[in-house]
Design a protein around this ligand. Structure first.
Ligand code: WQD
Length: 352
């Protein structure tokens, strides 16, 4: 049995990754600071998989002492590192915080892993490192030109991981460059429940559809795209989680660092997604056009042939399915995970 530590395991992607790993026989530990998540996901993960997360620790991955205590207490075989701040717009307003959490958290984890003889890592990276690379599918050789601190933090982490792998042959790292993970578990038990007003498109649409928000602002319709709104490559969060499980299955394929794009290879505009969500929830979503969001780029679409060739991984759900699942979660959980944010969640460094 392999024990995997998932940082950020209570989050949107993290909770789906935990369910995928438990469902495939891995033992799972979680550390999370609960700044954008809740421990309410764990009874739901148990209901879904029939298995429970072995231990959950409320801590900040930048807290070296608290993180080391977890590795002292458990025999960790591999790590999936998801804990990060991830809102493009927010990163342009708070760059130092993004570099501190995303880069500082990663280097702290890396050193703590090394000190405890743990050298297998799956890293959550992002297509946003490609920046404004022009239209068309982007492969992993596309030069990185990040246009915002979130994207730059991910690119910096990848360069650090690549250098460590070059100099320390015991490390094996797989970096997954997500395009846009959206949707929810088809059961309606797990989904995206951002704290406060969502920064991302799909959860915002879900909250408009359920009546929590009045309408959505479309950030610009003056891009050089078919309908003027920005184009992204959306993938279902369950497909994204499956890719992490496969990455762990294959982590021992050889030393060094591998990088894979996780995308569908098909771009959809903001207006297309708004229309698809309206179809899923059975009523049109009110919107208005406003100015562009700082840090945004016109188009990001994946060439994901490398991961398909290496692992046979391909997305299995289309945009209609993503919207249908996101809407089901929101409809069944109109106020998200009811945050019974207990004192336990707030006690940093403690098992909860
Ligand atoms: C999508 C499109 C917005 C909100 C995300 C994650 C990032 C990374 C990549 C994993 C953009 C537009 C949005 C709104 C809008 N994922 N939009 N009105 O910026 O592509 O980045 O995917 O690493 O972590 O944040 O996703 O959902 O914020 O935006 O018009 O209220 O929708 O301008 O074109 P983004 P997003």
């Amino acid at each position: 049995m392999t024990t995997v530590l998932v940082t950020g395991g209570a989050g949107f992607i993290g909770s789906h990754v935990c369910a995928a790993l438990l469902g495939h026989g891995y033992d799972v530990l979680v550390v999370d600071d609960f700044s954008n998540s809740t421990s309410q996901v764990f009874p739901r993960i148990r209901k879904l998989t029939g298995r429970r997360v072995g231990a959950v620790y409320a801590l900040d991955v930048c807290d070296r002492r608290a993180l080391a205590a977890v590795f002292d207490r458990h025999q960790v075989n591999a790590v999936v590192h998801l804990a990060a701040r991830k809102a493009v717009g927010e990163s342009t307003r708070s760059p130092a915080q993004y570099y501190d959490t995303n880069v500082g958290g990663t280097t702290n984890l890396l050193w703590t892993m090394h000190e405890h003889g743990v050298h297998r890592l799956v890293f959550s990276s992002s297509c946003s490192i490609y920046g404004d690379a022009g239209g068309g599918p982007l492969d992993e050789a596309t030069p990185a030109r990040p246009t915002n601190p979130y994207a730059a933090s991910k690119w910096i982490c990848e360069q650090i991981l690549a250098d460590v792998c070059r100099r320390c042959p015991e490390f094996t790292v797989t970096s997954l460059r997500y395009f846009n993970p959206v949707g929810a578990h088809p059961s309606g038990l797990l989904g995206e429940d951002a704290r406060g007003v969502p920064a991302n498109l799909m959860p915002y649409l879900a909250q408009v559809a359920v009546g929590r928000l009045a309408r959505i602002d479309v950030f610009g319709d003056d891009y050089a795209t078919a309908d003027g709104t920005a184009v992204r490559d959306y993938i279902h969060v369950v497909d994204t989680a499956r890719a992490h499980r496969i990455a762990l299955d294959r982590i021992a394929d050889g030393p060094g660092m591998r990088v894979y794009n996780l995308g569908a290879g098909r771009g959809r505009s903001v207006l297309e997604v708004i229309a698809a969500f309206g179809a899923a929830c059975g009523r049109p979503i009110p919107y208005r056009i406003v100015s562009r969001r700082p840090g945004d780029v016109p188009e990001l679409v994946a060439d994901a042939t490398a991961v398909a060739r290496a692992w046979g991984w391909r997305p299995t759900r289309d945009l209609a399915g993503m919207c249908r699942d996101a809407w089901r979660f929101q409809r069944l959980n109109p106020d998200g995970y009811v945050r019974q944010q207990s004192a336990r969640d707030r006690r940093i460094g403690a098992a909860i």
